[in-house]
Design a protein around this ligand. Structure first.
Ligand code: 1GP
Length: 238
């Protein structure tokens, strides 16, 4: 349980965590050594790997390469069970609590058990909550679920707390990759006070200031995907 323990101790010490999300479909596989170098010199504490529609062999290839080049924990962030690479260190076992599609609440999880049982992956149950972000995102399209109203902070809070009561070890507020609007700061403030498990925030965060604002509002771990994907020097800008 190394990864989760580390997240818990970081939270206890108010040490903020940053994950770089890599989508094997978008990563330039011919230039992986540059990518590795950029990550190595970045403030990233975790690598998340996943995407909406990735094949297992692509996941394996990328995870394998990252494992060899970096000492950061590699955590799967899968869109479905076919994306589970047993070369990674851990997996966010996501239940899409904002939606009412049973496939993403439990069905995919049942189907993932046989591969998980053959792996040494650290399984971290995560209540995944999609927040409306100005336009339709891939999560919404693929999961065929509606995001929660970004103005209804109370309902989002209740959803997050229900996720914690169900035993989720993490709560993840997600605006969606490439989101127009990130999760509202006010929502991060209220939800982080409501729950006692660590809070992950991601989607549409594109500047150092936005990362900082999410941390100050109460996010324990911020996820950066698109901004780094589009500009490998993202973390060296002011
Ligand atoms: C996955 O939300 C992420 O949670 C990443 O989003 O690609 O917009 O950084 P971006």
């Amino acid at each position: 349980k190394k990864i989760y323990h580390e997240i818990l101790s970081a939270k206890a010490e108010n040490r903020k965590l940053l994950a770089v999300l890599l989508d094997p479909d978008k990563v330039d596989m011919d230039n992986l050594s540059v990518l590795i170098e950029k990550i190595r010199t970045s403030p990233a504490t975790h690598i998340f790997v996943g995407g909406s529609i990735v094949e297992t062999n692509k996941m394996d290839e990328l995870v394998h390469f990252l494992k060899n080049g970096l000492s950061l924990p590699i955590v799967l962030f899968p869109g479905n069970p076919s994306q589970i690479s047993t070369f990674a260190d851990g997996i966010l076992f996501l239940s899409l609590l904002s939606g009412r599609n049973p496939d993403y609440l439990i069905e995919h999880h049942v189907n993932a058990v046989s591969v998980l049982n053959k792996s040494t992956l650290e399984i971290i149950s995560t209540g995944y909550i999609l927040i409306e972000s100005g336009s339709q995102t891939a999560v919404e399209r693929i999961s065929k679920t509606k995001p929660l109203d970004r103005n209804n902070v109370e309902y989002v809070c209740q959803t997050a707390k229900a996720g914690e009561y169900l035993g989720n070890k993490l709560i993840y507020l997600e605006a969606g990759s490439g989101a127009k609007l990130a999760v509202p700061i006010e929502m991060i403030k209220v939800v982080s006070k409501e729950i006692s498990v660590p809070l992950i925030v991601g989607g549409g965060i594109r500047s150092q200031q936005a990362i900082q604002a999410a941390f100050e509002a109460g996010a324990d771990l911020v996820v950066i995907g698109t901004a780094f994907e589009n500009d490998l020097n993202f973390f060296t800008h002011d």
